[in-house]
Ligand binder design. Structure first.
Ligand code: FES
Ligand SMILES: [Fe+2]
Length: 406
């Protein structure tokens, strides 16, 4: 018997091919063999979000990022010429690492601790002890190996392909300009990181639908998105593109803040999961955010393929990066950016909201290792994805397309 059409189907505003409603085959998508294909066909070829430019405010500032899927260690450094560059963290002598701390300031560059070769912040090989021992060594072409690096709205992306097939702007496509200025003026309120024993796609799946909200987040934030009229949360205006995807989430306009939330709101910072609709109406968001101008808009859920999820809220943001460590392990890193705190009250507001969001996302992690283990058990051969889980269906379709490409 045919089921009735849902009362509130997602409204799609792109011409991405029909994804159907069939169950998703889970027998092949989470194996180590499939992960090997993802490593070579996706993570070694596409632009990857890695950090924020505000991580490197001064010349010589650097961060080191471990990308286990590529067995690579990457240095991002702001050169003494103020330009941000990326390099493989590997010495040209006998390939040892040259940067050892996760971050720091090194205006004199990086010195390998094995035999003392030194590289400038622009990657140039500057000094080789006893260079007369290397009669064939040309310093000018033995600097650190560069990695394609580019910026988008204050985010630093890299591409591990020595000759990327497309520029970052081409890769971002419709999002290259549609978030213009959104992140400006915000600073890091907090950052969280955790390693989870679950496949990277399973992890992303938990952050791109609100179908779970009433259940997983009952004790924290369910009331912000759900109500009697909308008991399970509802996503709208899903936009599926060639690689990336985004959807808008409606808020509960009848939500009554808790007493603590009311105090926090009175301190002058509306950087909470409970939107201030008056402020939201005044706030001029870039065209790519809440494009349908929903008056009960809470946030958008933007997935930049392959593994970056951005929630742009009114006046603040969350960026989550899902870094595959293996076929069944993922490192998740989260940034929360907010308007700078200007006094003790706004600082307290920032702290409260950062802590609340931490508690919400901790709940998101509770199911994922069980899911991973059960997939590996083979007990189920398929998953059922509903209309509100179309972001998941799109993800598996895009990944499949990359895997099946030449
Ligand atoms: S391996 Fe770096 S100086 Fe020898
Ligand atoms: Fe959640």
């Amino acid at each position: 018997m045919n089921k009735p059409t849902p009362a509130n189907p997602l409204r799609l505003s792109t011409d991405y091919p029909e994804l159907g409603t069939a169950p998703l085959d889970i027998t092949r998508r989470f194996t180590s063999d499939y992960f090997d294909l993802e490593r070579t066909k996706i993570f070694s070829k596409t632009w990857l979000w890695l950090a924020m430019a505000y991580d490197l405010p001064n010349p010589g500032d650097y961060v080191v990022k471990e990308l286990e899927h590529a067995k690579a260690s990457i240095i991002l450094v702001r050169g003494n010429d103020n330009q941000i560059r990326g390099f493989h963290n590997s010495c040209s002598h006998r390939t040892n690492r040259v940067a050892y701390a996760p971050s720091g300031n090194a205006p004199k560059g990086f010195t390998c601790r094995f035999h003392g070769w030194n590289y400038g912040t622009d990657g140039t090989l500057n000094f080789v002890p006893q260079d007369d021992l290397f009669p064939e060594l040309d310093l000018s072409c033995n600097g650190l190996t560069p990695v394609a690096t580019d910026l988008w709205e204050g985010s630093i992306f890299i591409n591990l392909d020595p000759e990327p097939e497309e520029t970052l702007a081409e890769f971002l496509g419709e999002f290259a300009n549609s978030y213009a200025g959104f992140f400006d003026g915000m600073e890091q309120a907090c950052a969280y990181s955790v390693e989870v024993n679950a496949n990277w796609k399973i992890c992303i799946d938990a952050f791109v639908e609100t179908y779970h909200f009433a259940f997983v987040h009952q004790s924290t934030a369910a009331g912000v998105l759900t109500s009697k009229d909308n008991p399970y949360g509802r996503l709208e205006i899903c936009r599926l593109y060639d690689k990336h995807r985004v959807v808008s989430a409606r808020a509960n306009t009848g939500y009554t803040p808790t007493p603590t939330e009311a105090v926090i709101a009175s301190l002058g910072m509306q950087q909470t999961l409970n939107p201030d609709f008056a402020q939201a109406a005044e706030n001029r968001l870039p065209e790519g955010i809440n494009p349908a101008k929903l008056n009960d808009w809470a946030t958008d859920i933007l997935v930049l393929f392959p593994g970056t999820v951005i929630y742009p809220w009114t006046g603040w943001f969350e960026i989550m990066n899902f870094i595959p460590v293996s076929h069944n392990k993922t490192r998740w890193e989260m940034r929360i950016g907010m308007q700078p705190a200007t006094n003790a009250g706004t600082w307290l507001s920032q702290e409260y909201n950062s802590t609340l969001i931490r508690d919400v996302v901790r709940q998101d992690w509770t199911n994922l290792e069980m899911i991973q283990q059960n997939i590996e058990s083979g007990a189920k051969k398929e998953m059922h994805l509903g209309d509100q889980e179309i972001m998941l269906r799109h993800q598996y379709d895009v990944v499949d397309r990359y895997i099946n490409s030449k």
